[in-house]
Design a protein around this ligand. Structure first.
Ligand SMILES: *Cc1c(COP(=O)(O)O)cnc(C)c1O
Length: 355
C-alpha cells in the first residue's frame, strides 16, 4: 500500500486511551477517572427538553450560552472563555495555533500522554523533562527550555499532586511562550490557578466537564485566558465545534454547583477511605488532589495485579513506561466499588506466588 501520510504522522505512536468496554458490560471501571455518580438532574432535564428546532439549526459558534454560565461561576468575563469539544480539543487548538516544526512543546514527565501525541501530529519538537522523585517541579529546566507552549497539568495525572502556585507564577513570568495550566481535576482539589489568568497574558487555564461534572460522554471543555490570546486560538477552531446538545446540557450542569460539590465531597471522603485501606494492605499511596490514586504495590507486581483484576472484571490503569511500570492508577469509585477492589487486592496479595 502506498504511504499517504506525512512523515511525522507515519512515525508517531497512536494515543492509547483507557479501555472503554461496550455499554452494558458488567465491570467495575476505575481506569479513566470518570465520576462514579450520575450528572446533575438539572443537566438530564435540560437534555430531555432539547427540541427538534434546536437541532435543525447550527449551534452558536462560540458556545455563548455556556460561556455566560461559566463566566458567572468562575467570576471571569465571558469573552475570556473558549469552549471546545472536550478540553482535549482546546489542547489541540493551542498546539495548532502556537507550534510548528522547529518550535518546542515542553512539559514535565510523567503527565497526560496526549500532550505528546498532539505535538507529534504537528511535527513540533517534544521536550520532556522528568519530574523530581518527589514530584516537585523541575522549574529551572522548564524555564531554560522556554517552549512555544509549556503544559502543566495541575493537579497532575497520573501522580495526583497539585503544582505550587508560586511555581506556576515563576514559570508564567519567565516563559516567552504560552503556559497551559490543565485543570481537568481541579474540582477535586483544594486550590485553583484561575487568578493567574488575570495576572499573566501568556497563561491559559483548561477546564473540563468530564470529571467533576460526570459528563465525559458529552464532550465539553473550556479554556480561560485574556481575549488577545483567545483571538489567535479562535482562528483555528472548527466553526461549530460545540454542538447544541453539549452546550445546553453543560450549561445546566455548571450552574448546578451544589450538586457537583456534593458529588465531589463524597468522592473526597471515599478517596480518604481508599487511601487508608490500600495503605493497610501495604501499598504506598501518593497524596492525591484528584479523583484517582497513584499507588505502588507492596510486592513488585503492578502488572500482575492489573491483569488479575482485569480477569475479575475490575479495570484500573497500568502504564508500561519507565517510572510508572511499578505503579497503578486507580480511579476512586463509589464506596461499594472501592471495597470490592480492596477485597480483590487483599486476596491477590495473599495468594501471590513468591517471586
Ligand atoms: C481527562 C483529562 C483531560 C481531557 O478531558 P476532556 O475534557 O474529556 O477532553 C485533559 N487533561 C487531563 C490531564 C485529563 O486527565
Amino acid at each position: 500500500m502506498p504511504n499517504y501520510f506525512r512523515a511525522n504522522v507515519d512515525a508517531m505512536a497512536s494515543y492509547i486511551p483507557g479501555e472503554q468496554p461496550p455499554r452494558g458490560t458488567q465491570i467495575i471501571k476505575l481506569n479513566s477517572n470518570e465520576n462514579p455518580y450520575p450528572p446533575s438532574p438539572l443537566a438530564l432535564a435540560a437534555l430531555q427538553n432539547i427540541d427538534g428546532e434546536q437541532l435543525r439549526r447550527y449551534p452558536e459558534p462560540f458556545g455563548g450560552e455556556f460561556r455566560q454560565a461559566a463566566s458567572q461561576v468562575l467570576g471571569v468575563p465571558s469573552d475570556w472563555m473558549i469552549v471546545g469539544n472536550g478540553s482535549d480539543e482546546i489542547l489541540s487548538i493551542v498546539i495548532r495555533a502556537c507550534t510548528e516544526p522547529g518550535r518546542k512543546v515542553v512539559y514535565p514527565m510523567p503527565t497526560y500522554v496526549l500532550y505528546r501525541t498532539l505535538t507529534e501530529m504537528q511535527a513540533a519538537d517534544v521536550v520532556e523533562i522528568p519530574y523530581k522523585e518527589d514530584y516537585s517541579l523541575p522549574l529551572d529546566e522548564l524555564i531554560a527550555a522556554d517552549g512555544a507552549v509549556t503544559f502543566i497539568a495541575s493537579p497532575n495525572s497520573p501522580s495526583g499532586h497539585i503544582v505550587a502556585k508560586a511555581d506556576l507564577r515563576k514559570l508564567a513570568s519567565h516563559l516567552s511562550g504560552v503556559l497551559v495550566i490543565d485543570e481537568a481535576y481541579v474540582d477535586f482539589a483544594q486550590e485553583n490557578a484561575v487568578d493567574l489568568v488575570q495576572e499573566y497574558a501568556n497563561v491559559i487555564l483548561i477546564r473540563t466537564l468530564s470529571k467533576g461534572y460526570s459528563l465525559a460522554g458529552l464532550r465539553l471543555g473550556f479554556g480561560v485566558a485574556n481575549p488577545q490570546l483567545l483571538d489567535g486560538l479562535l482562528k483555528v477552531k472548527d466553526s461549530y465545534n460545540v454542538d447544541a446538545i453539549a452546550s445546553t446540557v453543560a450549561t445546566a450542569a455548571i450552574i448546578d454547583q451544589a450538586y457537583k460539590n456534593a458529588c465531589v465531597a463524597k468522592i473526597q471522603a471515599s478517596r480518604n477511605q481508599l487511601t487508608t485501606d490500600l495503605k493497610n494492605l501495604g501499598f504506598h499511596v501518593w497524596d492525591s488532589q484528584t479523583n484517582f490514586l497513584l499507588v505502588q504495590p507492596p510486592q513488585n507486581n503492578a502488572e500482575y495485579l492489573y491483569q488479575q483484576l482485569k480477569a475479575q472484571k475490575i479495570l484500573i490503569r497500568y502504564f508500561k513506561q519507565p517510572g510508572l511500570d511499578d505503579k497503578l492508577r486507580i480511579t476512586v469509585g463509589t464506596d461499594e466499588q472501592n471495597q470490592t477492589l480492596v477485597k480483590a487486592l487483599g486476596y491477590l496479595l495473599q495468594e501471590l506466588p513468591t517471586e
